[in-house]
Design a protein around this ligand. Sequence first.
Ligand SMILES: [Mg+2]
Length: 290
Amino acid sequence: MKRIQVVILDLDGTLIDERGTTDRAFLAAGRLLHEHVGIAPDRFARVARVTAQRLWWRATWIDPLSDAFGISAWDGLSENFERAVPALDRMRAWLPAFRQAAWKLALDNVGAAGRGLAEAVGAVYTQHRHEGVRLLPGAADLVETLVREQRRLVVLTNGPGDGQRRKLGSSGLLEYMRGLVISTEVGFAKPDPRAVSLAIERAGGRYEEAVVVGDTYDRDVLGAFACKVPAIWITDQPASHRPQNPLAVPVRSTRAVLPALYALESLPAHLIPLNGQADQQNKPSPELGQ
Ligand SMILES: [Mg+2]
């Protein structure tokens, strides 16, 4: 019997090449503009990215929401946050105005205002975000192997429900998942201990047989620690810069996750940092979360 029965997988940067998709979407918007006004595509891509981010953060009420749900300006440009909890109603209502203003201002910033192109560049960005989803190297093998080994997989992700579901569907991974936990749909986000707790519940598993796999220390790793669940942390940080914690196993890429999981599992029982002592109230564990 495998010790680790439940594998809780982050999505962006762990299974999906989110950064690449976003880069390509901005660049595609830049290419469209280039066809019309001859501005270098990468220049517009750069300006549009910065402009959208500034505009997003300028709305001061967004800050706590972004933090609470793990959402970004890139999502705001392309997703509608369907099925989001009521706490996000204000943001959902604001999104059309945000998009319009972001593209208009970006065009203005490269001297291409007044040509009526805002809607077209926005549509190209959205289309590429939706259709250009790619898996990270090793992600498909990881998921298929874990399922073949009869482990139960759950995706635990901060982000928009529509966007995250679309990524999973178009990448072909959705069918392998026992469940999804998406921050904007459940009302809390990693590292809130309720997130890992709910993922384990949806897998029909227990704390002591779970592991979290993710690429963001503050979200994935601390979210796991909050439930005293070990984490496999995908990171390119040099060892000297990494927070040290015996519950976190650092790996360089998604390809290295499976060997790390086997190594974790093969440790003698008394050395395995599997929890089994998770706080039943699911409160954060300050001694592990620092
Ligand atoms: Mg991630």
